[in-house]
Design a protein around this ligand. Structure first.
Ligand code: HEC
Length: 168
């Protein structure tokens, strides 16, 4: 084997590793939530915004609710109940005062990412919604997942168990 071909093999091996390693990391399926088997949807951070919310002490959070194309379409056409395939993601951050402009509140550390997936058959027992709550990409325990539907059902059964309205 010549020095040149050895060099080529080395370059090829490095290129292959550079291509394969990130693909493996990115392709790792996230762990699913207990009870519902819901995962953090891929690419959700690029989804469109539906609305925002803020919660006072003690949580002190800023939130944003995003939706996939099916969700956005359902909101725009005022479709209720939401169709199968609707996915809603609620992001939350600790709310802090801006250091650059005191009257403003801005997001700091991320706290939770929460997901609702509509599948009327699969999740018939919970209004057609599957729930997932994730901290640092990992699902929280089963006890926390037992609380999801109860609160959504008690407050917003008239809006297909979804709180967030399309922000004007
Ligand atoms: C005590 C009440 C309560 C519980 C329990 C609760 N939620 Fe919610 N959820 C809300 C409220 C209120 C909103 C509206 C946005 C906001 O104010 O943060 C919301 C919004 C959401 C949204 C955005 C869609 C919508 O309905 O507006 C998702 C997704 C979500 N919750 C997931 C979950 C998951 C997953 C759990 C359980 C791990 C859960 N929620 C438990 C009150 C609750």
């Amino acid at each position: 084997m010549t020095l040149k071909s050895l060099g080529l093999i080395t370059v090829a091996a490095i290129c292959l590793a550079a291509a394969v390693v990130p693909a493996l990391v990115a392709g790792q399926p996230g762990r699913a939530s207990p009870i519902y088997g819901v995962t953090v949807p891929e690419g959700y951070r690029q989804w469109q915004m539906i609305g925002v919310a803020e919660e006072a002490e003690p949580l002190n959070e800023l939130r944003a609710v995003l939706g996939n194309a099916t969700a956005i379409d359902a909101y725009r056409t005022k479709q209720l109940p939401f169709p199968d395939g609707t996915v809603l993601v609620k992001l939350a951050w600790k709310r802090v005062q801006s250091t650059e402009f005191e009257p403003a509140s801005v997001p700091s550390a991320a706290t939770t990412v929460q997901v609702m997936v509509k599948d009327a058959n699969k999740y018939a027992a919970t209004g057609g919604w599957g729930f997932g709550r994730f901290v640092n990409g990992e699902p929280v325990d089963e006890a926390q997942h037992q609380t999801c539907f109860a609160c959504h059902q008690a407050r917003v059964s008239g809006h297909d168990y979804v709180f967030t309205r399309y922000a004007p």
